[in-house]
Design a protein around this ligand. Structure first.
Ligand SMILES: C[S@@+](CC[C@H](N)C(=O)[O-])C[C@H]1O[C@@H](n2cnc3c(N)ncnc32)[C@H](O)[C@@H]1O
Length: 235
């Protein structure tokens, strides 16, 4: 979060799209009826405690920029004991995920329908056990690089909310973003890169479903890279 010239906190600027084509009637209905039951409030004056979001969850995970939610829904289905918060400002993506939540009767997803950075500021410290940032907007033009989600500010915010030894997954098909992310994590004292062998970063995480962007990239013959970092222990 930035400060204006009077030192009053300002919302971070979000450069993506919030809305696409008009939603079909059933999706509009889900946005009206189901979303309010799953929504994580974006009122930045009230701190968000994960215990208030999930009745019973062995741990809480977070996916930032879930798009249409394929990966998030698959993780939620395979891990019903875990609570997962999905952050996505794009309404059409949220509506798609809601239709899957309804169809599969998933109970363990909550949705933050805004810029994840607002929630990172607001969430209780030491509360998240896994974070996924998958095929985040690469902003390939040099003058746009600073719009990338990964930077020292977001890593500070993530380090605060993540538990000791929590896992952070970052995948992309943009090689310049890989170098950028490795550099940001390398220079951050609270994260270390987890690499099991010379090639493990070339294969999708064994427990993960493909995302829409990843499928598109692979179809175009692009290579994808799958990195894992650990939030180092505070003691
Ligand atoms: C390139 S898409 C990838 C979507 C999905 N992860 C996939 O792989 O198919 C990036 C997504 O991140 C979302 N996004 C961008 N900045 C964000 C932010 N600050 N907080 C939450 N979501 C964000 C965008 O709205 C978009 O849906």
């Amino acid at each position: 979060m930035g400060l204006n010239k009077n030192s009053i906190p300002t919302k971070p600027q979000f450069y993506g799209r919030r809305k696409g084509h008009t939603l079909r009637p059933h999706r509009q209905h889900l946005m009206k009826e189901l979303l309010p039951k799953l929504i994580v409030p974006s009122d930045t004056n009230t701190p968000t405690d994960t215990a208030d979001l999930f009745d019973q969850a062995s741990e809480v995970w977070m996916e930032i920029g879930f798009g249409a939610g394929e990966h998030l829904a698959a993780q939620a289905e395979s891990h019903p004991e875990v609570g997962i918060i999905g952050c996505e400002p794009y309404i059409n993506g949220v509506a798609t995920l809601l239709s899957v939540i309804e169809k599969k009767s998933l109970k363990n997803i909550r949705i933050f329908n805004d810029d994840a950075r607002l929630l990172l500021e607001n969430l209780a410290a030491d509360s998240i056990a896994k974070v996924f940032v998958l095929f985040s907007d690469p902003w390939p033009k040099k003058r746009h690089n600073r719009r990338r989600f990964i930077n020292s500010e977001t890593l500070n915010a993530l380090a605060r909310i993540m538990k000791d030894r929590a896992e952070f997954r970052f995948a992309t098909d943009d090689m310049s973003y890989i170098r950028w992310a490795l550099d940001a994590f390398y220079h951050h004292p609270d994260f270390k890169w987890q690499v099991a062998g010379p090639t493990d970063w070339r294969e999708r995480y064994p427990d993960a479903a493909a995302t829409r962007y990843e499928t598109k990239a692979l179809k175009q013959g692009k290579k994808c890279v799958y990195l894992k970092f650990q939030r180092v222990s505070r003691i």
